[in-house]
Write a protein that binds this ligand. Sequence first.
Ligand SMILES: NC(=O)c1ccc[n+]([C@@H]2O[C@H](COP(=O)([O-])OP(=O)(O)OC[C@H]3O[C@@H](n4cnc5c(N)ncnc54)[C@H](OP(=O)(O)O)[C@@H]3O)[C@@H](O)[C@H]2O)c1
Ligand SMILES: CC(C)(CO)[C@@H](O)C(=O)[O-]
Length: 326
Amino acid sequence: MGDITYAILGTGALGGFYGAKLQKAGNEVHFLLKSDYLEVSQNGLVIESKDGDFTLPQVLAYSDVEKMPSCDVVIVALKTTQNHLLPHILPPVIKDDGVVLVLQNGLGIEEEISQIVGNVRIIGGLCFLCSNKVAPGHIRHLDYGQITLGEYKSNYQPTGITEKMQQIAEDFQNAGISIELAEDLLLGRWKKLVWNIPYNGLSVILNARTDELMADVHTRQLVEQLMYEVALGAKSTGRVIPESFIHTMLSYTIKMKPYRTSMKIDFDESRPLEVEAIFGNSLRKAETAGVNLPQIRSLYQQLKFLDTRIIRKQGTGNREQGTGNR
Ligand SMILES: NC(=O)c1ccc[n+]([C@@H]2O[C@H](COP(=O)([O-])OP(=O)(O)OC[C@H]3O[C@@H](n4cnc5c(N)ncnc54)[C@H](OP(=O)(O)O)[C@@H]3O)[C@@H](O)[C@H]2O)c1
Ligand SMILES: CC(C)(CO)[C@@H](O)C(=O)[O-]
């Protein structure tokens, strides 16, 4: 049994999958749930995975953070559209010398979290994972799973490889989760956006899967142009994404099983979209450095239109941070 205790805030496709793997390997894991709480507290979690199916008939499930113990590592696995909840749900579950591990997509989230729990360490994780929640407490892991970990320091100064990163990496690796350690979290986050910005955005706007976007000469070109614009964004913050990385992402996606991106799934299910964390924050970071990213801005404007329509229909608020009027 590992010594580090874990809390999972958001037991969905990603949090449910990694949390279950950590528990299966013998770690103490506390799972926060919302609509699946009753099912999971009674019947546990079911994981269908390309690496082998398993069930955890009993898990430590909670519907209220006030009932959870404070933990060494708190994994933020909500959709970023729910991050407005963090000032309320994060402080009660994190130990004073604990670590917040942010496994969400997007940019600038660690900065936002440091405003809430400035006294604890924050590590970001870029998850190359294809996983869906198919029923309450039932996760389907389709492909990949590697996480790139990088520690946050104010203004995203590179931290190098820290001992904390190595300790957490060890637990994840023992649980069968492949880990890469990054010296520079901001560079890692921009690199992940090279994938998420074109595919998440275009899959929604053009109603297409990744294979369809890659099969058509025009959309393939558009994907590539957007990737280069993400690299420009990275450069505006002093980070260099080599051209070879863009080629790697293009061929990685061609080899990928036909994939409906998570933003497309959210759109199809009429759930709020992670527009601000992925697009808005990237535009704002580049803009602060005096760089305009017109093609990304165009995606952002279209996605905001669609997102606003979803939110109006639901009558609920997507309270993702951001000015919302780029
Ligand atoms: N899935 C992937 O393969 C993947 C890959 C890379 C990165 N990511 C990123 O990982 C993050 C999480 O994505 P996901 O795919 O795991 O989303 P998800 O399946 O929607 O999981 C989020 C979970 O948070 C729960 N939740 C929402 N509000 C809550 C609350 N107030 N209290 C407790 N639980 C609450 C949701 O429960 P309800 O269903 O009850 O609302 C849901 O189960 C996103 O930033 C995404 O971009 C995902
Ligand atoms: C990029 C990805 C499809 C898997 O590599 C996944 O990490 C995602 O949706 O962010």
